[in-house]
Design a binder for this molecule. Structure first.
Ligand code: SF4
Length: 469
């Protein structure tokens, strides 16, 4: 096994300081969690983290292949690293994440100065593969799917923060026509609940007050586990953890939004009333072509059931415009669905082909200028709805969890409502990590401004009679 002291000697025999690792993360929350996991694994092996590329002994690029031109972005970043490697041959460069899984050996051919291509299931193998590279000095590609997720090492006291991600499952069995996830993250696999709860307890013990449970299809959590467990069961157990004020989860698939999960959201105090529920299109014809497994009517029914049980729920979504074959009538159905549901927020994208997906072969493709026009129209509609919903909060006191000082305005505290809206307000440092109830006095599309009448906090999460958010 790779030992920190040996690493130091091998990488920098002329100094006594620990080796330094630079981890750069592209993409989603799951990648952020994986980067955090690698940082902990490396810390356990004696690495310090650095944000200075030039001082790094190890550089890890944790990549994402969801967005367009993902491979080109990684290659361009690698090109910037080449001179560093030429100056210092002991530097180790690793590419991991979805691009590593998708491209495999090809990356080593295109960037011969790269040392390690590490697949999405192999993060726990990082130390032994580094050890191998340092003794053998030959590049390695490890992209096997292992279907076993060992727990990450425990947190160290330096990792304290208010909110944290916790991956409860990975992979996906849905094979939506446009998506690379099942190919680069593998088939769906859930972690045992005991392991998740142990990790959650560790996070709370280190000051975390809000946990965001992650999975590509998080609400199908539990399939294949013995004894059987559902996502609602997991939420129920997590909600009992002392000291944990809030739980969120993402991303939910509309077809797996079960009555049990809706009830859990309505009844469990720490579970926030926010669901990210990607609809992708308002047209049943396009949803079928996408292989989404629900119709427009199914989606609207689920939203209605959710709002009946949980009237305060904030809904956000993803929509793709210009999927192959999308007509003007299909697009109008997407606009109509957005107007009906009135989402609190939306991520919207122009469709573009992803290699290895079925949709890449679908015809007819929609013209780029048409896609751009549709995207602009959709975004303008959503922006006006978001602003209206935010403005409706002016004059209300909302429950927020205070996360820390704002990056742009450090004199203000930054916080989130239960519905995941950002609220900035003036207040003392003592409120960080606490629930507070500012009065909303201003609303923008991306944030709210609050006023704290008096410094107050509430350590107890509650459901009944909470201020709306
Ligand atoms: S459910 Fe989500 S992750 Fe799974 S294939 Fe569809 S879009 Fe991709």
């Amino acid at each position: 096994m790779f030992k920190g002291v040996e690493a130091d000697q091998a990488m920098n025999s002329d100094r006594q300081t620990p080796p330094r690792a630079f981890i750069f993360t592209f993409g989603c929350q799951m990648n952020e969690y994986d980067s955090d996991r690698m940082a902990r694994i490396l810390a356990e092996r004696g690495f310090e983290s650095t944000r200075d590329l030039k001082r790094a002994d190890l550089i890890v690029l944790n990549t994402c292949s969801i967005r367009e031109k993902a491979v080109q972005k990684v290659m361009s970043f690698l090109g910037r690293l080449r001179p560093l490697k030429e100056d210092r041959p002991s530097l180790i460069i690793v590419v991991t994440g979805c691009v590593a899984q998708q491209e495999g050996e090809k990356l080593l051919k295109q960037a011969p100065y790269l040392d390690l291509v590490l697949g999405t299931h192999a993060l726990h193998r990082l130390p032994e593969l580094l050890d191998w590279i340092m003794t053998d000095r030959r590049p390695v590609c490890h992209t096997d799917f292992e279907y076993h997720l060992p727990p990450p090492p425990p947190l160290t006291s330096g990792d304290v923060r208010v909110r944290a991600y916790l991956t409860v499952m990975q992979g996906c069995d849905n094979f939506c026509a446009y998506c690379v996830v099942p190919y680069v993250r593998g088939r769906e696999i859930s972690r045992p609940p005991e392991e998740i709860l142990t990790e959650a307890r560790d996070l709370v013990a280190h000051g975390v007050r809000e946990i965001i449970l992650l999975g590509q299809n998080v609400n199908s959590y539990g399939r294949g586990l013995e004894p059987p467990v559902t996502f609602a069961d997991l939420l129920t157990r997590a909600a009992d953890l002392p000291g944990l004020k809030r739980i969120r989860f993402t991303t939910s698939h509309p077809k797996d939004l079960s009555p049990g999960l809706i009830s859990a959201m309505a009844e469990l105090g720490p579970v926030c009333e926010h669901v990210h529920l990607p609809v992708q299109s308002g047209s049943s014809r396009i949803l079928k072509a996408m292989s989404r497994g629900y119709t427009r009517a199914d989606y609207l029914d689920r939203v209605e059931a959710l709002r009946r049980a949980c009237p305060d729920v904030a809904l956000t979504t993803d929509i793709i415009v210009g999927f192959p074959g999308e007509t003007e009538a299909d697009f109008q159905e997407s606009l109509d669905l957005v107007s009906r549901v009135r989402f609190d927020g939306m991520f919207s994208f122009k469709y573009s082909d992803r290699p290895i997906t079925r949709a890449a072969r679908f015809e007819p493709k929609v013209d780029e200028t048409v896609k751009s026009r549709r995207l602009a129209e959709l975004q303008a509609l959503q922006k006006s709805i978001t602003l209206e919903l935010n403005q409706a909060l002016i004059g209300q006191r909302v429950q927020v969890l205070v996360e820390g000082r704002g990056k742009r305005y450090p004199d203000q505290l930054t916080s989130r409502t239960r519905g995941n809206k950002v609220v900035n307000f003036n207040g003392p440092d003592e409120l960080i990590g606490c629930l507070a109830y500012p009065l909303i006095v201003q609303a923008w599309p991306n944030s709210l401004v609050g006023l704290l009448p008096d410094a107050e906090s509430d350590p107890a999460p509650r459901k009944a009679g909470r201020p709306s958010s």
